[in-house]
Design a protein around this ligand. Sequence first.
Ligand code: AKB
Length: 326
Amino acid sequence: MQRILITGANGQIGSELLPELRRRHGAEQVLAAFHKKTPDQALLDSGPHCFIDVRDADKLAQIVQEYRIDTIFHLAALLSALAEEHPQLAWDININGLCNVLETARRLHCAVFFPSSIGAFGPQTPPVNTPQDTIQRPTTIYGVSKVSGELLCDYYQHRYRVDTRGVRFPGLISYRTPPGGGTTDYAVEIFHAALTEGHYQCFLRPDTKLDMMYMPDALQAMIRLMQADARQLLHRNAFNITAMSFTPEQIAAEIQKHLPDFSITYRVDPLRQAIADSWPRHMDDSCARQEWGWQPDFDLPGMVEDMLDKLARQLQQEQSHGPDQD
Ligand code: AKB
């Protein structure tokens, strides 16, 4: 990894991966690709950037050539619930965008990181200790695009020797940039609500168990996998990785240990509940542990403590300085 491009650089993952890679490799080495939404000034000022729609193959190739990019973290995508509301758009962005990235990588010799998801599984998948290689019959367009993406990345690796790598992320929890349009978004919203309102109305049933991960672990996973010795990798793409597995009532109880007055109620959103019910409860991530040393640092208590502390400080700062302007 010498010269890096991040697509979706102002999304939930991108806005945290960008500063981390710039800290490690130098700001000039990491090009941020934003889409329409103007990122906050701090991200804009932090190093080179461009605006691109990943469906524009020519512009993508031109940028990769111009900046002599050798590694692409392709993070631009629509999340599960939003994708279900706009299936054709989701296919266009999630699949045609990825095809453009892979073709560019093939022609201009780049490595590619592609994030798949627990969404790549479906109701026929074993939901507990979900194996690395198992039945994948997702019932959402998001899941269909993720399985197709996993297969496309494998295809480009064995057919053209493009160095594609990737993981299946669980729900990601972070304080800097909120996710948008996902099914696991409740696990981020709950912290904002706990600190600002003291109450949260959850859109999933209290007993809905899903895999989750705190963002610092997600960042180290991406970087560690991209730096791993290729000879150790039996799988290349779509490694199951998880850090914790909990339900809304379990995370609420953990938050109540710090904020005893916090309360939660439930008003189920049928769309997102159906999506969550089709996903695994807990994945087996032993292949990632064996092949490239995956090891999360944060469990549920550690994540909740850190999240409340960091988010409280961020909210305080926003109150005294005002939020970043678009
Ligand atoms: C979503 O909820 O859509 C994402 C995911 C699990 O892929 N967070």
